[in-house]
Design a protein around this ligand. Structure first.
Ligand SMILES: [Zn+2]
Length: 116
């Protein structure tokens, strides 16, 4: 178990507010942009079906992102935020800035989800 947080308190507070702000957007009625090309490879669905489908995907994405945000907030509380859950090393700060919900350092993430 890590004995102290890797990030200074100010940084933690900043990450926490980023996470909370993101969660507010997700739980509110804010429209999340979804790249259609990314999701639809077929265009043979009726537009109504497409709308419903899109809604479902959005909700799934929102739910999983909210879960990740909650987990990150829990780690902040537990003072393990910013530490890799696999190797316990501090996660690179640029990586945290880019993906504030991550709990894996880059080497571990690459091991877990290899690019090829
Ligand atoms: Zn790691």
């Amino acid at each position: 178990m890590p004995t102290c947080a890797v990030l200074p308190k100010g940084e933690l507070v900043r990450f926490k507010s980023t996470l909370l702000a993101r969660k507010n957007i997700l739980t509110g009625n804010e429209v999340v942009h979804l790249n259609e090309d990314e999701v639809f490879s077929r265009n043979d669905l009726s537009s109504r079906k497409t709308e419903m489908f899109k809604e479902e995907i959005l909700n799934d994405r929102k739910r999983s992102e909210i879960r990740q945000i909650d987990a990150a907030l829990d780690r902040i509380k537990a003072k393990t935020y910013g530490l890799c859950r696999k190797c316990n090393n501090p996660i690179n700060k640029e990586r945290l800035e880019a993906v504030p919900t991550t709990d894996l350092c880059l080497p571990c993430c690459q091991k877990e989800k290899p690019f090829r």
